[in-house]
Design a protein around this ligand. Structure first.
Ligand code: RB5
Length: 156
């Protein structure tokens, strides 16, 4: 599986730690930036969008995002059609985000969770499988919302 990574300045160190962790587990990892922890202009919407687009286009299978809280960068990714990004601070939600919501991107907050906790969160996300069934119907309903709002200037 190929995984795209992105972070703002606040998340670079944890992003690199999580990339190494997943590489050790055999995943192919691609870094979409940012790269400089001293550049405060490397704002979270840019890497959030880049990784969201990479997942949406199928360049990578899944994404991992890190900013200070994990929130802003997941909000950015969720603006890209086809993305289901969740911000998680513990492993249980990370697992359920895949099993029930078929999330394709996870984000964590470098100022919220510690390094070891973040690894456990990421492991839970990547070890989980979408359960389908009644959950598929609900995820399809999410996709329908995107489709409805894609019909600009029609009925909405
Ligand atoms: C940057 O200071 C911080 O606002 C950002 O990393 C993130 O927490 C936003 O959601």
């Amino acid at each position: 599986m190929k995984v795209g990574f992105g972070s703002d300045h606040a998340g670079i160190e944890l992003k690199l730690t999580l990339m190494e962790h997943l590489k050790e587990r055999g995943y192919e990892c691609v870094d979409y930036g940012n790269y400089d922890p001293d550049n405060r202009d490397d704002d979270y919407p840019v890497p959030g969008r880049k990784v969201g687009e990479a997942v949406s286009r199928g360049e990578v299978d899944r994404g991992v995002l890190v900013c200070g809280t994990g929130l802003g960068i997941s909000l950015a990714a969720n603006k890209v059609p086809g993305v289901r990004a969740c911000c998680c601070s513990e492993p249980c939600t990370a697992s359920l985000s895949v099993r029930h919501n078929n999330c394709n991107i996870i984000s964590v907050g470098a100022r919220i969770v510690g390094r070891e906790e973040a690894k456990m969160i990421i492991d839970s996300f990547f070890d989980a499988k979408f359960e389908g069934g009644r959950h598929a119907r609900r995820v399809d309903m999410l996709t329908q919302i995107e489709k409805d709002y894609g019909k600009e200037n029609e009925t909405l």
